[in-house]
Design a protein around this ligand. Structure first.
Ligand code: GDP
Ligand code: MG
Ligand code: ZN
Length: 296
């Protein structure tokens, strides 16, 4: 079964037959994440989670103290939703891409609300171009007009996609547009959450049309909107590993423990001086490395 949503000591599981089952957790097994594959014992009156199967991935953001807060499991793809309104906060795209690199999950940049008649849409497309040049995939969609939904649907098939992004960028609207029976699925989950429909305060997983908890199901995970997405505590060297274009240089620095900030003989600094690494990305690296001070 799949864990569809997870609360303190209980959650909702999706069976291969397409049914929903409230399940309880036991301390010795632990708390599954949304997206976990679980073994459920339903012999007892209260079905309980007997086993959490090995995960192919986990996605995280930082809590206030800089510890990774695990949001969901087994995502094959992270759809980073951005929009002209609200425009992405500072370094947001870099943060998400770094998290994806470090956690080994493929990212997809999704420019939502392209129906908006504003200069912001053009500006945002221009802002995305350098990331595409680095090899990151990007698509343009509008949940309202339906633009780009077919190609997006095709990309989401048979994988598990986590939707992330600032609150208000249209994650839930986009998921509704992709899944015609979303209301039904949401209502089933709200039995566990005790919340009305369309309040995303924890990650929730939904199946794409025609999918259930069987193998290779296409599913999407809606996550609570955040204003600031923060990276967890890490050293500058670890952070540098999240910049895909730094990779060819990282083992060429003079010192093996190079922090790539002001170290003599740093190949990353030299590459950025020579224009082999984009100036704006190296500057983002410096800002994000500096920002880590807040955890110490
Ligand atoms: N113009 C426009 N507005 C949209 C679109 N999708 C969503 N919105 C609006 O953006 C706001 C936030 O949408 P919601 O899906 O709740 O965002 P979430 O917080 O990321 O889940 C709502 O007022 C939506 O009506 C779109 O494609 N175009
Ligand atoms: Mg939402
Ligand atoms: Zn270096």
């Amino acid at each position: 079964m799949d864990c569809l949503t997870s609360w303190g000591n209980h959650g909702m599981a999706g069976t291969p037959a397409g049914e929903k089952l409230t399940v309880h957790y036991k301390r010795k097994v632990g708390r599954p994440l949304c997206g976990d594959r679980i073994v459920v014992n339903s012999q007892t009156e209260q079905p309980w989670v007997e086993e959490i199967l090995p995960r192919s991935s986990r996605f995280a953001r930082a809590d206030k103290r800089g510890r990774p807060q695990w949001i969901a499991a087994n995502a094959d793809l992270v759809a980073i939703i951005i929009a002209a309104e609200p425009a992405p906060s500072h370094d947001l795209i870099d943060r998400y891409l770094i998290a994806c690199e470090l956690l080994h999950i493929k990212p997809l940049l999704v420019l939502q609300k392209i129906d908006l008649d504003s200069a912001g849409v053009v500006e945002l497309s221009a802002r995305i171009a350098p990331y595409q040049a680095l090899g990151y995939a990007a698509v343009q969609v509008s949940a309202h007009s339906g633009h780009g939904l077919e190609p997006l649907r095709a990309m989401l098939k048979q994988q598990r996609t986590l939707f992330t992004g600032q609150s208000g960028v249209g994650k839930s609207s986009l998921i509704s547009a992709l899944i015609p029976d979303l209301n039904l699925q949401t209502r089933a989950l709200s039995v566990v959450t005790g919340k009305g429909t369309h309040t995303t305060s924890t990650a929730c997983m939904y199946y794409l049309p025609g999918s259930t908890a069987a193998a290779d199901a296409g599913s999407v995970i809606d996550t609570p909107g955040v204003w600031e997405y923060s990276l967890w505590q890490m050293s500058p060297a670890e952070l540098a590993a999240g910049f895909v274009e730094f990779q060819p240089w990282l083992d060429q620095c003079r010192f093996r423990d190079c922090q790539h900030i002001d170290t003599p003989g740093c190949a990353v600094i030299k590459a950025s001086g020579d224009g082999m690494i984009g100036d704006s990305r190296y500057k983002a690296f410096l800002r994000l490395a500096h920002e880590q001070d807040r955890y110490s």
